[in-house]
Design a protein around this ligand. Structure first.
Ligand code: MG
Length: 373
């Protein structure tokens, strides 16, 4: 089964606001083959930058766009194609958005592989160990503790037994930070509460906050420090009374390697739209080996939700699933299948490949750029 087309599509909502939420646009990579099958993937990064990495023409042997690398290749050979993409993008790749673009391709290739064999991806990854997960409603803080209380309460009343609140205005001051977490706990009641700081403190401030937040029984403190500060994560993890989670910004295995080697985290958050199935399988094996825990990160479309469910279901110690509840049409209408928790639990899809199908009418209405058709 040979690759004939690598189509890249950018979708964007009519109105985009200034907030830390990547469900306002999407970049899809659709890999088509000579047998008529199509696999679909996405990357969570700036869509136009991802598209440029797919579209770039041949410059030289280690500076070449992804489409040119892939056309004519055997679609099922995911590991070899990952390595080929890695090598042939060395002069603009190896890290960050190039790996994210490769992840969109890899997600599409695994979707194709599942469709070709008539099997769900979790089976091809070795078999699922979970049928469903306790989902946490993932949402941003309110402007203060009062508004945060109402947000947490809303999602508990919607049936969630776990809520994560994150980002702005956390980091403003000790008073504001405490007020937000106190409000979140009051609103969440006895549900699981997770706090996502959004990379705002130095290590000593983070430790002070971790000790203060422990009184509110938080399940984990996420991204207290800037993403590259591996040594401070290790220092903090050794001292914090609450588990430390991070990893959502890391693209691929090489980015996770220092965190894993240094045992810097309690919970490793893997985004399939930045790691693909190929590198996520490696990360799973390494993290399970050191006795730490894994969770998905996902704030984009149902494609990555489905990918996350397939991958996380193969992780032995998985215990929670990030279910973004940002109210975006991209989250609710891009696929015919609705992938969202019901009564606080989200089920793993069992259809071939990712097990989801695009609503082409929705794609057409939100399409702002397309290449490779
Ligand atoms: Mg986060």
């Amino acid at each position: 089964m040979k690759i004939t087309h690598v189509v890249c599509q950018i979708l964007r909502l009519k109105s985009v606001s200034a907030k830390t939420a990547s469900s306002q646009d999407a970049v899809l990579v659709r890999v088509r083959t000579d047998e008529g099958l199509e696999g679909i993937g996405e990357a969570d990064a700036s869509p136009e930058v991802v598209k440029a990495i797919v579209d770039a023409p041949f410059s030289h042997n280690i500076a070449c766009g992804l489409r040119e690398i892939l056309i004519g290749e055997q679609a099922l050979e995911t590991e070899r194609l990952w390595r080929k993409m890695l090598r042939r993008t060395m002069y603009f790749g190896r890290t960050s958005v190039t790996i994210a673009a490769m992840s969109a391709v890899d997600m599409a290739l695994w979707d194709l592989k599942g469709k070709a064999f008539g099997q769900p991806i979790h089976r091809l990854l070795g078999g699922k160990q979970h049928e469903r997960f306790k989902a946490y409603a993932s949402i941003l803080f309110g402007r203060d503790g009062h508004e945060t209380h109402d947000i947490a309460r809303r999602w508990v009343e919607a049936g969630y037994r776990a809520v994560k609140l994150g980002w702005e205005p956390m980091g403003t001051s000790a008073e504001v930070d405490l007020d937000l977490v106190r409000g979140g706990r009051l609103g969440a009641g006895d549900a699981t509460l997770l706090v996502d700081a959004g990379c705002v403190w130095d290590a000593r401030t983070a430790l002070r906050r971790a000790k203060a937040f422990a009184d509110y029984d938080i399940e984990w403190l996420e991204e207290p420090l800037r993403q590259d500060d591996v040594e401070s994560y290790r220092w903090l993890r050794d001292r914090s009374p609450v588990p430390i989670a991070a990893g959502e910004g890391e693209c691929g295995r090489e980015a996770f390697r220092p965190l894993i080697d240094r045992r810097a985290l309690d919970v490793y958050q893997v985004d399939l739209s930045r790691c693909g199935f190929t590198d996520a399988a490696y990360i799973r094996a390494r993290v399970e080996e050191i006795g730490a825990r894994l969770c998905n990160h996902c704030y984009t479309s149902p494609l990555t939700v489905a990918a996350s469910l397939h991958w996380l279901s193969t992780c032995r110690d998985a215990f929670l699933f990030e279910d973004c509840v940002e109210d975006s049409p991209l989250r609710h209408e891009l696929t015919h299948e609705r992938l969202q928790a019901v009564d606080g639990y989200i089920s793993v899809p069992d259809g071939p490949g990712l097990g989801v199908t695009l609503d082409e009418e929705f794609v057409r209405r939100h399409l702002v750029a397309e290449s490779g058709t």
